[in-house]
Design a protein around this ligand. Sequence first.
Ligand code: ADP
Ligand code: GLC
Length: 476
Amino acid sequence: MKILFVTSEVHPLIKTGGLADVSGALPAALQTLGEDVRLLVPGYTQVLDKLENKRTVAAFSVFPGQPEVKLLSAKMPDTEVPVYVLDAPQYFCRVAGPYQYELGGDWPDNAMRFGMLSKVAAMLGSAASPLAWRADILHCNDWQSGLAPAYLHLGGGVHAKSVMTIHNMAFQGNFDRDWLGPLDLPQSCFDMHGVEFHGYLSFLKAGLHYADRIVTVSPTYAQEIQTTEMGYGMQGLLTVRNGDVSGILNGIDDKEWDPATDRYLTAHFDSSDLAPKAAGKRALQQRLGLEEQARAPLLGVVSRLTYQKGLDMLLECLPKLLDGGAQLALLGSGEDDLERRFGQLALRYPGRVSVTVKFDEGLSHQIMAGADIFLMPSRFEPCGLNQMYGMRYGTPPVVRRTGGLADSVDDASLPDGTGFVFDEPTPAALYRTVAAAIDCYRDLPKFQRIQLNGMRRDVGWRVSAQRYIDLYRKIE
Ligand code: ADP
Ligand code: GLC
C-alpha cells in the first residue's frame, strides 16, 4: 500500500506539539511494518535547513495565477522515511512559527498556505500527480490538511482513499468564504454538506465531511467529540458519521524517549535499576537553580500554556503544595497571562520554583527524567504524549480522567496503577490528587511499584500502527 502522510509539523524538523511527535514516529512504525509510506510537509525554512540531500522531483502549478511550486524529495533524519517537501518559499520561508508570527497572531494567508498543502496532497493521490509515485491512501492530520479529501472528491476520477485524523477539535481552520476562489473551490461545495461551517469555509469540517474514515487519537476522545460539550459544533456531523469514526491511541517513539539511551541525559536508567534517576534529579535542580534536596518531591510540567492544559488550576493550588515542601520545574510557553503568573510564582519561591518560558527539547527530556511526579491536569486532552513519556521515565503522572489521559494512565489504587487520576476539573480535586501522589512518593516501595508499572508498560507505536494499517486496508 502506498500511503502519503500529510502533516504541518514533524519531529525533528519542526515542532509545536504532539502532532510533530506523532508525524515523526507513526510513519516510521508503518514503514517497519512493511508499508510504502511517505511524508508530505511544507517547506518551512527550518525544514529546508535540516533536511540533507534534497532533490527537486517536480515543478508545477497548484492554483491558477500562483507562481509554480517545487516538490523536493529527501529522507527523514534517523528513520529514513521518504519525505516530500512542498517548496513554496513565498508561503513557507518565514521567520517565526509554522502557523503564527512572533507576536502570536495567525499568518493572514494561512488559508492559502495550508490550502496549497492540501491541494498538493490530493494531486499526489490522483491522476494529476506530478510523480510516477501515486498514493493509495492519503492520511491527513488536523485542519491543515483537511481540504485534501475535499479536493480528491471534487477532482473526480480514480483517486486515493482518505483518512482524517483529528488531533485536536479545538483547532478548525475556519476562514472567510472569499477564500473559495483563490483556493479553486466551487461555490457549490459551500454547503452544510460540504466545506461550510456556520458561514465559514472550515478546513476541518471539509476533512470530516469528505474523508473516507475519521480517526481521533484516543478511544475516549472519539466518544467525547460526539457530545455537545466537546464537539465544538461538529458533534452532529460526527454522530451522523459514527460508523466511520474510531479512536486509535497514539504511541510514543520509544527510541527517542528511552531513559536508558536518551541523548539529552547524562545519567541513564531503566526498570532494572532506577538508582541513576537520582543523579538526573540533582542535575536538573542544579541546572534550574532549585535547592539540591534529594527527597523534596519535584513536580514537573512540560506544556503549551493554554486553557486546554488546566494549568490555571495548578496555579491556584501550588502555594499550598510548595509550602508543604514540594518543588516545581516548569517548561512551557503560550498565553501571556499564564506565562506572567508562573513567572511571578518563580519570583515568590526562589530555589523552589523554576519557570522556563521557551521551547527546549533537551530540557523537556531532562524534566521528564529528573522530576519525581509529572503534572498534566488537562481540561481536555485528545491523547497527550507527555503522560506516556512520564510513565516511561519513572515519573508517574497526575492526570485528569479525560480523552487519552483516561485511556493511558491507570490510577495508583489499581493493581497495575501507573499514575494518579482525578475527575473534577477543579483546583481542589487537583490539589488532593497531587498531595496523594506526594504521600505515595514518601512511601518508597509503594511509589516504586507505580514507577515500575509505568516503565514496563508497552506504550510504543507497534499495536496502534497496525490498527491504522487495518483501517487503510478496509477502505483501500
Ligand atoms: P499537545 O500536542 O497538546 O501540546 P502532547 O502531550 O501531545 O500535547 O505533546 C506535546 C509535545 O510537545 C511533547 O513532546 C512535549 O514534550 C512538547 N513540548 C511542549 N511544550 C514544550 C516546550 N516548551 N519545550 C519543549 N517541548 C515542549
Ligand atoms: C494534539 C493534542 C494532544 C495529542 C497530540 C498528538 O496536539 O492536544 O492531546 O497528543 O495532538 O496527537
